[in-house]
Ligand binder design. Structure first.
Ligand SMILES: [Zn+2]
Ligand SMILES: [Zn+2]
Length: 155
């Protein structure tokens, strides 16, 4: 989702409000989280930043793909929630097909097409944080098996 499109009731965009909060945090010497909440209520939403953002997104019809801005079309191309912790506590929805054509996203070989991850959250072996290291142990076991076989054959 393009965050520029999200606006507070005051008309201020979420991106601008975030910058306001950073400035406020620096100038007033308060934690950023507190500054975000203050900026939030100044712009007409009297609730914590994260929940305000969530309801802004919901009202902005967030049930569309971040890549193509289309809703779910058919079962073979599901609109999926990207498994990632975004800074703003929000979520991204993306079509399976769009994710596969976008270098920003990737799939874990172990989770297959059941989950979509941010490419940065996958390691070189295409493993998600939950499956990190699994392919390494698999190939290690294979190595040991073939080693044992070699020893047997040679004796
Ligand atoms: Zn899409
Ligand atoms: Zn996985």
């Amino acid at each position: 989702m393009n965050m520029d499109k999200l606006r507070f009731p005051s008309g201020r965009s979420v991106d601008r409000a975030r910058q306001d909060a950073k400035t406020l945090s620096r100038e007033a010497g308060i934690p950023l989280a507190q500054a975000l909440d203050q900026v939030c209520s100044k712009n007409g939403m009297h609730q914590p930043w994260n929940s305000a953002l969530a309801s802004l997104k919901a009202s902005a019809n967030a049930v569309v793909c971040v890549c193509c801005s289309e809703p779910q079309s058919d079962r073979t191309n599901p609109l999926m929630v990207v498994s990632a912790d975004f800074d703003d506590g929000g979520q991204e929805l993306v079509h399976l097909h769009c994710a596969k054509n976008d270098s920003r996203y990737g799939c874990c070989w172990c989770c297959r097409d059941e989950r979509i991850f941010l490419a940065v959250d996958l390691n070189d072996a295409d493993e998600c944080p939950d499956h990190r290291g699994e392919s390494v142990s698999d190939s290690l076991e294979e190595d040991i098996d073939s080693y044992i076989e070699n020893v047997r054959n040679n004796s």
